[in-house]
Write a protein that binds this ligand. Structure first.
Ligand code: NAD
Length: 276
C-alpha cells in the first residue's frame, strides 16, 4: 500500500499526488530509470514528446507487470505541433511511441502565444477526450491570461496546469486562479532543479525533522496541495523522494518556506517562449 494521496481531477479522473518526471533522462536510460521508479512505488510518470524518451517510458510500463489502469501516464504536445490537425497527429505519434492505446493525461506543453494557435490545439485535445483516447486534458505553462482565453473560447476547463513552482518561485496568484476554477496545480522543477536544496531555511528544517532537504521541499508541495513530479536518475534519490510520508511540516515551517519566494523563474517565461 502506498501512502501517496490520490487527487481527483475536475473530470473525476484520479492521479497520484506524487509522481515521477523524466525531463532530461536520456532515451537509453529511460526504461531503467522508470522501472526503478515503478519498483519504488511511483504510479504516475510525466514525459513529453520533447523529452525524446517516450519509447523507454512505454517499455518500462510494459515490462513492469503492473495492470495498465494502475499507472497514470502523462505526455505533452510540443510547440511545433500546435493547431487542430497537427495536434491530433502529434497525439497519435506519442501514443505509438509509448505503445499505449490511451494516455491518461495529455497536456499542451507551452502556450506559444506568438503562434496564436493554442485555442485550436485545445479543441483537438477536447476531441481526443471525447473519443476516449485520453482520460484527461490539461495545459502546462499557461498564465492567467492564457487560461482565461480558454475559459472564454472553449467548453472545457483544463484538468491540470503544470507550471514551474518551487520555494523560490511559488506562483501564488496563478495557484489562486487554479483554485477558483477547479484546476489542479502540478509543480515542475519542484526542487528548483536542485537549487532549493541548499537554502539555509530548507537545510535547517531538514535537520530539525531528521529528513533530507529534498524531502522537506516535497513535503511542502504535498501540504500545499500541489501535484508534484520530482526527477532523479539515481536510485537512492528516487527512493528518498518517495519517502515523504513520515513527518509533517508545522504551520511555522510552512510560513518560513513561504518567505523564500523571490518571484524569479529558473525556466523560460511562457509569455515569450516559442522554441519549436
Ligand atoms: P527537479 O526540481 O525535479 O530537480 C531534479 C534535479 O534535482 C535532479 O536532476 C537532481 O540533480 C536533483 N535531485 C533530485 N532529487 C534529489 C535528491 N533527493 N537530493 C538531491 N538532489 C536531488 O527538476 P526537473 O527535472 O526540471 O522537474 C521535474 C519534472 O517536471 C521533469 O522531469 C519533467 O517531468 C517536469 N518538467 C516540466 C516542464 C514543463 O515545461 N512542463 C519543465 C521542466 C520540468
Amino acid at each position: 500500500m502506498s501512502d501517496v494521496l490520490t487527487m481527483t481531477l475536475n473530470n473525476n479522473v484520479q492521479i497520484p499526488q506524487l509522481g515521477f518526471g523524466v525531463f532530461q533522462v536520456p532515451p537509453q536510460d529511460a526504461e531503467r530509470v522508470v522501472s526503478t521508479a515503478l519498483e519504488t512505488g511511483y504510479r504516475s510518470i510525466d514525459t513529453a514528446a520533447a523529452y525524446q524518451n517516450e519509447e523507454g517510458v512505454g517499455r518500462a510500463i510494459a515490462s513492469s507487470g503492473l495492470p495498465r489502469d494502475e499507472i497514470v501516464v502523462t505526455t505533452k504536445l510540443w510547440n511545433s505541433d500546435h493547431g487542430y490537425d497537427p495536434a491530433l497527429r502529434a497525439f497519435d505519434a506519442s501514443a505509438r511511441r509509448l505503445g499505449l492505446d490511451t494516455v491518461d493525461l495529455y497536456l499542451i506543453h507551452w502556450p506559444v502565444p506568438a503562434a496564436d494557435r493554442y485555442v485550436e490545439t485545445w479543441k483537438a485535445l477536447e476531441k481526443l477526450a471525447a473519443d476516449g483516447r485520453v482520460r484527461a486534458i490539461g495545459v502546462s505553462n499557461f498564465t492567467v491570461e492564457h487560461l482565461r482565453r480558454l475559459f472564454a473560447e472553449t467548453g472545457t476547463v483544463p484538468a491540470v496546469n503544470q507550471i514551474e513552482l518551487h520555494p523560490h518561485f511559488q506562483q501564488t496568484a496563478l495557484r489562486a486562479e487554479h483554485a477558483a476554477h477547479g484546476i489542479a496545480t502540478e509543480a515542475w522543477s519542484p526542487l528548483g532543479q536542485g537549487a532549493a536544496l541548499s537554502d539555509a531555511t530548507i537545510t535547517g528544517l531538514a535537520k530539525r525533522h531528521d529528513v533530507t532537504p529534498a524531502q522537506v521541499v516535497l513535503r511542502w508541495h504535498l501540504q500545499l496541495g500541489n501535484i508534484v513530479i520530482p526527477k532523479s536518475v539515481t536510485p537512492a534519490r528516487i527512493r528518498e523522494n518517495f519517502d515523504v510520508f513520515t513527518f509533517d511540516l508545522s504551520t511555522e515551517d510552512l510560513s518560513a518556506i513561504a518567505d523564500l519566494d523571490t518571484d524569479r523563474r529558473i525556466g523560460p517565461d511562457p509569455a515569450t517562449f516559442d522554441m519549436r
